[in-house]
Design a protein around this ligand. Structure first.
Ligand code: E4P
Length: 219
């Protein structure tokens, strides 16, 4: 399973990348606005230099010709950039065009299995089902992941299932069990994957016992 970090914050990306388990980055307009990105292309270029894997950068156009023009410009930023396109009619058309041009895409804002099916048929590199936002409205986000994995397996689609809007470690665990190809998570969730109170208690005990042994040897 690939781990992506869901942020545009360079410090957070560096911290996750330093762990040595990061496979890519996803950004979106809200994440860019959160940290006040001024030079969008320059900022994405920096992220692409920092990490070896795929970096999603989202278009803000909603009309076919404009999405294609904006996406082609984004694709020039770096070899590892992925053009993120919303799951709307013109977005699907643009994804088909990008796929024919060899430009990688991340089809975003997916909330239903049929949307995911159309995105795969258009040749999206990644589909981003938004797990947490479905849970937020009392709908089973995990069922969407399960359905997409089943549909893609049934027909052998190569589009990778990129579980997005992940809010906590249990989301990640369920996605891993269901076979999602990628999970994109905030830094807080990546760090929480490491934590277990028994690990901390066990380590404290090991170190205390080692100290005791050293002291007894000095006597
Ligand atoms: C990633 O590609 C998505 O834009 C992101 O995971 C959305 O997460 P949110 O629902 O927490 O905003």
């Amino acid at each position: 399973m690939k781990f992506f970090i869901d942020t545009a914050d360079l410090d957070e990306i560096k911290e996750a990348n330093d762990l040595g388990v990061l496979d890519g980055v996803t950004t979106n307009p809200s994440l860019c606005a959160k940290i006040g990105v001024r030079d969008f292309e320059g900022h994405i270029a920096k992220i692409c230099e920092m990490v070896a894997g795929d970096v999603s950068a989202e278009v803000v156009s909603t009309e076919y010709n404009e999405i294609v023009e904006e996406g082609r410009n984004i694709a020039k930023i770096a070899d590892n950039v992925v053009v993120k396109v919303p799951l709307i009619k013109d977005g699907i058309k643009a994804i088909k065009t990008f796929s024919e041009e060899g430009i990688k895409t991340n089809c975003t804002l997916c909330f239903s299995p049929t949307q995911a099916l159309i995105a795969a048929k258009a040749g999206a590199t990644y589909i981003s089902p938004f797990l947490g936002r479905l849970d937020d409205i009392s709908t089973d986000g995990m069922q969407l992941i399960r359905d997409i994995v089943t549909i893609y397996d049934n027909y052998g689609y190569e589009t990778e299932v990129l579980a997005a809007s992940i809010r906590h470690p249990m989301h990640l665990l369920e996605c891993a069990k269901e076979g999602a190809d990628v999970a994109t998570m905030p830094l807080s969730v990546i760090k929480s994957l490491l934590k277990h109170p028994l690990t901390d208690i066990g380590l404290d005990r090991f170190l205390a016992d080692w100290d005791k042994l050293q002291k007894s040897l000095e006597e």
